[in-house]
Design a protein around this ligand. Structure first.
Ligand code: MG
Length: 393
């Protein structure tokens, strides 16, 4: 890790906040109706020297995955986060993180939008790709990878045949890990059929989003039955605050448990290691408040021999750039949720959409300073439904 250099300093002059409605390539059905577009909060952050970076807040419209929402993040950014971030000199992006952490509880996704943007600006000042800049800030040795492997999450389908078709299509596309969403009643038989259809060697995993409980005896039977299918991992089987239950379950099972919703900062990882709550960690920089914590988690897990991977939050091409940079670090040794733009969006907000090769690899833009994508500002203007501007006084 380098000492702070002059070019690491972050001094923000202006932040423009926008909400865009970005049409999905394929609408999806939720409990409350059909969602045809993603509401996304974007930030354009400009420093006192005129360097600017776009960043994305990964909060969703509905507080289902996380307590944060688009509307809550908009308010929190406007009233509390941006006033702390703007106009002061932070000798390193890390110090902006600590200033936000000291002043505000929670609101990790809203904080991360500003914090990660400040890393992108610092990378530009250092004339480095964001990936290289992050690698320098890590306590681990090692250069960023030139490309990263991608996995995919396949949502629940109306029939097992439809699910198997989706899984086969993902294999044909080159995805290196295929994750099925499970919940009580949609689990062992589904996994069995998919495993039989794709063969023994296909890298399959499942994600329960915390929908099982050790207080329910049938759930324990179900989860133990999943051991038969050689899954790469079972992600977040139990509730987010149940690290003790995860540790008990991990001792009953040979399949590695992976924590997602439970990981809110690097102290969560200390608890996971101390308790033995799982063998794999999913890192979402937004969920942990930004890159300062994401790097600490990455480094801490590496020292404990816990592989990590980069989860996705249905980001547009801007947020994906941050994920790709993070996923290029050495201990991101499992494929991340880094699907190409076309999987999610009719048209992405960047001029060159993210693509993936036939081996499921996404190229890391190491040859460009900062986030490495060009933002399609005219398209963003068309999509913008509200905008607010904040300047240094
Ligand atoms: Mg998950």
């Amino acid at each position: 890790m380098n000492e702070n250099r002059e070019q690491d300093a972050v001094h923000i002059d202006r932040i423009v906040l926008r909400e865009i409605h970005l049409p999905l390539a394929e609408p999806f059905r939720t409990a409350t109706g059909v969602v045809e577009q993603r509401r996304i909060v974007l930030l354009e952050i400009t420093d006192v020297d005129g360097l600017s970076a776009w960043s994305e807040c990964v909060a969703e419209a509905v507080p289902a995955y996380s307590p944060e929402t688009v509307d809550g993040a908009w308010r929190t950014l406007s009233e509390w986060i941006i006033p702390i971030a703007i106009g002061k000199i932070f000798p390193h992006p890390r110090l902006l993180h600590f200033a936000l952490q000291d002043s505000l509880r929670g609101n990790h996704m809203a904080r991360a939008a500003v914090e990660m943007g400040s890393w992108a600006i610092a990378a530009q000042r250092a004339n480095e790709s964001l990936a290289a800049y992050l690698a320098h800030a890590s306590t681990l040795e090692g250069a960023p990878r030139e490309s990263v492997e991608t996995g995919i999450a396949v949502g629940m389908q109306s029939s097992t045949d439809a699910l198997i078709d989706r899984v086969r299509a993902a294999q044909a596309d080159g995805y290196q890990r295929i994750k099925l969403k499970i919940s009580p009643g949609y689990d062992v038989e589904i996994v069995r059929e998919v495993r039989n259809a794709v063969g023994e060697s296909a890298p399959l995993s499942v994600d329960a989003n915390g929908s099982y409980s050790l207080d329910t005896p049938a759930d324990i039977v179900t989860l133990k039955a999943l051991d038969a299918f050689d899954l790469v991992m079972i992600e977040q089987p139990l509730a987010r605050d149940d690290l003790v239950g995860h540790a008990q379950l991990q001792r009953m099972m040979k399949t590695s448990l992976c924590l997602d919703e439970s990981v809110l900062d690097d102290s969560s990882v200390d608890d996971i290691i101390a308790l033995g709550s799982g063998h794999i960690v999913n890192v979402k920089a937004g969920r942990v408040g930004g890159f300062t914590e994401a790097l600490a988690i990455h480094d801490r897990c590496a020292r404990a021999d816990i592989p990590v991977w980069c989860g996705g939050m249905l980001e547009c091409g801007i947020g994906r750039a941050y994920n790709v940079a993070l996923a290029s670090l050495p201990n991101f040794s499992l494929p991340g949720d880094l699907s190409p733009s076309a999987r999610y969006w009719e048209r992405d907000v960047i001029t060159s959409p993210w693509t993936m090769d036939s081996h499921g690899r996404v190229r890391v833009p190491l040859d460009r300073p900062g986030i490495g994508v060009e933002v399609d500002t005219a398209f963003i203007d068309e999509l913008t439904v509200r905008e607010a501007s904040f300047e240094r006084s």
